[in-house]
Design a binder for this molecule. Structure first.
Ligand SMILES: Nc1nc2c(ncn2[C@@H]2O[C@H](COP(=O)(O)OP(=O)(O)OP(=O)(O)O)[C@@H](O)[C@H]2O)c(=O)[nH]1
Ligand SMILES: [Mg+2]
Length: 449
């Protein structure tokens, strides 16, 4: 028995339309108690739309259309009614309240999608793709998530699982005929499918870092001594005056973050407080924050004021480059317009004038090049932490199976390792799952999805 649930599926507020979704046993009868149209919803054909009046206790609430999806051919796999009404703050809530009065319960975040999963309408990687589509902040993330929703990831996992299971099955069958000394499957064929699956797991696990960049954006931290021109560069890259710029050192105290788009990727620029020894309590707090901002940056731009000398920020640059080894660091020599001639360029620096928009193309090209490098391993999947852990575990289990096979250990041992890896791969798509895993996945959803 699927309890009837209801929720607003569109954002609340001023809009042309709002869509309310109701799903579960008896939803059509519930809607019929409030809806007056030419046809009763409980008698309507699946995949049809009906226009009529929506009433609450005899009072007209709105003119609406009701889309009917009968189980199992609906998003959740249950009977689903989608009511489109006028947008705004009141109408949709009045309709939801009425439906609750007539027997629906307000849906929890992600409950529609959870039901879709539990009813076999999609597997876990597709559920995760839905969340990634909703939250995608860049074209590239969205396109990858759509391919994942189409089931590319699941299909490949199913292929590998089948090959490994076939091998395990034949190895076990051989045991039954041990006395006859038959070999049912060539060991090289098993080795080949183990190696191919290991490579598959490895390749996808390696794209975790890139997937995170697609999902959360590529972070560019702008750091340096006060007054070097960090905020000026931040504004220039943003192409609007967002940060306050002044000749007074210590102007930026809190950090600022804005997103720009480069080649369909979202790039998150972070302007930070100038780094220096200071007594000012607020500034000290700002500087402390810089450390954690730089720790999460993929690219760190250390800005130097050239009028102070080309090597003025060298010690700071080398220290930051050493401290944040996982990130790429570049020294930006700023205020080139104020020096007579450009000094000899070293391979870790770029000369610009943030004020005159000079040399910004070199920074953009650098970001482009880094993004290309970072995301070249992305296939059709956005690997998340859950996938990453399971892929690594499956890889280890397969390496064990490989060793057992090469050492000529018993068939049952090899088959057992293979079945373990199949189970782990199955966990990725949700063949088996724990409540914790489900709760964690659906906690990222909004109500109405
Ligand atoms: N001539 C020239 N002046 C610049 C350039 N970039 C920044 N400035 C000036 O340098 C001063 C400091 O610039 P900001 O962008 O506020 O420097 P900041 O690094 O953000 O400084 P804090 O926030 O105090 O750490 C301002 O007067 C800017 O106009 C440049 O390329 N050329
Ligand atoms: Mg500033």
């Amino acid at each position: 028995m699927a309890e009837a649930i209801v929720a607003l599926s569109t954002p609340p507020g001023i809009a042309g339309l709002s869509v309310i979704r109701a799903s579960g046993d008896g939803v059509f009868d519930i809607v019929d108690q409030c809806f007056k149209g030419k046809v009763r919803i409980s008698e309507a054909k699946t995949h049809t739309i009906h226009y009529g009046e929506f009433h609450n206790k005899g009072k007209l609430v709105d003119f609406v259309t009701v889309a009917v999806f009968r189980k199992p051919n609906s998003y959740t796999g249950e009977d689903v009614a989608e009511i489109s009404c006028h947008g705004g703050y009141f109408v949709a809530y009045a309709i939801i309240e009425t439906l609750i009065e007539h027997g629906c319960r307000l849906a929890e975040p992600g409950e529609f999608t959870k039901r879709a999963f539990l009813n076999g309408r999609m597997d876990l990687t597709q559920v995760e793709a839905v969340a990634d589509i909703i939250h995608s902040s860049s074209e590239q993330a969205y396109q990858t998530a759509v391919r994942q929703l189409a089931g590319e990831f699941s299909k490949r996992i199913a292929e590998f699982k089948k090959k490994l299971l076939d091998s395990a099955g034949l190895l076990e069958l051989e045991l039954d005929f041990a006395d006859e000394g038959f070999e049912f499957i060539d060991r090289n064929i098993i080795l080949k499918s183990i190696d191919e699956t290991i490579a598959f797991c490895q390749e996808l696990a390696n794209s975790y870092h890139s997937s995170e960049i697609l999902r959360s954006g590529y972070f560019v931290g702008i750091a340096g001594f006060p007054n070097s021109g960090k905020s000026t560069l931040f504004n220039a890259l943003l192409k609007r005056k967002r940060a306050i710029v002044s000749e007074i050192p210590g102007t930026t105290r809190d950090y600022l973050e804005e997103t720009i788009y480069i080649d369909g990727f979202s790039v998150r620029l972070i302007d930070t407080a100038g780094l220096r020894a200071t007594e000012d309590i607020i500034e000290i707090e700002g500087i402390r924050m810089v450390e954690s901002l730089l720790a999460q940056s993929n690219l760190i731009l250390v800005i130097n004021d050239l009028t102070q000398g080309q090597t003025h920020s060298d010690a700071l640059f080398f220290e930051l480059r050493e401290r944040y080894k996982a990130s790429r660091s570049i020294l930006i020599q700023n205020k080139i317009d104020l020096v007579e001639s450009q000094p000899q360029q070293r391979d870790f620096e770029i000369f610009i004038s943030a004020k005159n928009n000079q040399g910004l193309d070199k920074i953009q090209e650098l970001i482009r090049e880094e993004l290309r490098k970072e995301t070249q391993h992305i296939k059709d999947v956005l690997i998340n932490q859950r996938h990453h852990l399971l892929l690594k575990r499956a890889g280890e289990e397969l390496r064990k199976a490989r060793e057992s096979l090469l050492e000529g250990l018993g068939n049952e041992l090899v088959a057992d390792d293979l079945r373990k890896a199949v189970k782990t791969l199955g966990e990725i798509v949700g063949d088996t799952f724990s409540q914790d895993v489900l709760n964690n996945i659906f906690s990222k959803f909004c109500i109405g999805k």
